[in-house]
Design a protein around this ligand. Structure first.
Ligand code: NAP
Length: 330
């Protein structure tokens, strides 16, 4: 006869051994600082090449595209894609390839010796190679309405947003090559461009100036500044003031393009790697900085193209250069 089931509960043996906290991984083959298109693309390529890769993404990952609405010029999306959605897709793809992503900010770096050290808010990380992909931010006017109407009329990229402003009047602020290039480009879509510049002469190159002066869709407002941006759901009006006469003029427009320069996010690398007068990283050769093993990709060194697709391209190039560097070292 089989013994009847006693029904007693079998107690699991309690594990009283002291728990050793799992040690967080802090040492990697490659550390990428920044999580815009350049950083994510570099992550995809480095991980696919078999390197143990970390992206320190900062507190607000995604770069400038997180502040954009629809992106129509990134290949692969027939009907366009919202900027934040594009960055979420890039992040997921990067993670699927095996890249570790930590949403923490690099607060200090030590590039004197390899492995290079990067200090975040909570950890010290070590990498055999580093890719700097911290991007740049467009310089802001500092007006209250600039924030309120960002993506609702106020833009910092004519190539990205120009086609959304067909048959409207627009304001462009600035007097450098960017402003003149953007104003000229925008005449393809807009009925009229009001170019507002704080001085009586342009900083832009002569040839670009001539092109703009010969374009009858561009009206120049010299010695002028924009002092207010108004609207309801979207921007509808810009108020400009002549700095000399103090006369104020209200312009009924569909949008405002701010083109007063960019600021690369390189404060962290000052005194560690070579930067130019405006803080952009100087590349010695391809994506190499002046320090062997430290590479850069995207708007942090590129003041010319500044597109998501070119930043992604630079990320790919930096990862290929890192592969070559690490292969030669081992
Ligand atoms: P930029 O040359 O520094 O010009 C910035 C312009 O914005 C200047 O006219 C400046 O006025 C004005 N500005 C600055 N802060 C302002 C403020 N708070 N309020 C109102 N106006 C303000 O910048 P960029 O045009 O972006 O060009 C950057 C670099 O990229 C340059 O070296 C340029 O040659 C290059 N780039 C080249 C091309 C090309 O060759 N196709 C295209 C774009 C850019 P002031 O003149 O009074 O200082």
């Amino acid at each position: 006869m089989m013994a009847a089931d006693s029904g007693a509960t079998v107690l699991e043996k309690k594990d009283d051994s002291p728990k050793i906290p799992e040690k967080k991984k802090t040492s990697f083959d490659v550390i990428i600082v920044g999580a815009g298109p350049a950083g994510y693309t570099a992550g995809i390529y480095c991980s696919r090449a078999g390197y143990d890769t970390l992206i320190l993404s900062g507190i607000l990952p995604g770069g400038q595209l997180v502040n954009t609405t629809e992106v129509e010029n990134y290949p692969g999306f027939e009907n366009g894609i919202m900027g934040p959605d594009l960055m979420i897709e890039m992040r997921k793809q990067t993670q699927r390839m095996g890249t570790t992503i930590v949403d923490d900010e690099a607060v200090n770096v030590d590039f004197r010796n390899s492995p290079f050290k990067i200090l975040s808010g909570s950890e010290e990380y070590e990498g055999r190679a580093i890719i700097i992909a911290t991007g740049a931010n467009p310089r802001k006017l500092g007006l209250e309405g600039e924030q309120t109407f960002a993506g609702k009329g106020v833009s910092y990229c004519a190539t990205c947003d120009g086609p959304f402003f067909r048959n409207q009047e627009l304001i462009v602020v600035g007097g450098g090559d960017s402003a003149i290039e953007e104003a000229t480009f925008l005449t393809k879509f807009a009925t009229k461009i009001h170019l507002v510049h704080r001085r009586s002469e342009l900083r832009a190159s002569k040839i670009m100036q001539e092109r703009a002066f010969n374009n009858d869709k561009i009206e120049f407002h010299w010695n002028s500044e924009i002092i207010d941006i108004k609207g309801d759901q979207k921007m509808q009006e810009g108020v400009i003031r002549n700095i000399q006469t103090k006369e104020e003029t209200s312009l009924t427009v569909g949008g405002l393009f701010v083109a007063i320069g960019h600021e690369p996010n390189t404060g962290l690398f000052k005194n560690q790697i070579d930067l130019d007068d405006e803080g952009y990283i100087i590349l010695k050769n391809k994506t190499h900085t002046n320090i062997e093993g430290i590479f850069a990709a995207g708007d942090v060194h590129d003041r010319t193209y500044r597109q998501a697709i070119t930043a992604a391209g630079f990320g790919c190039m930096a990862a290929i250069d890192v592969d070559k560097y690490l292969t030669e070292k081992s």
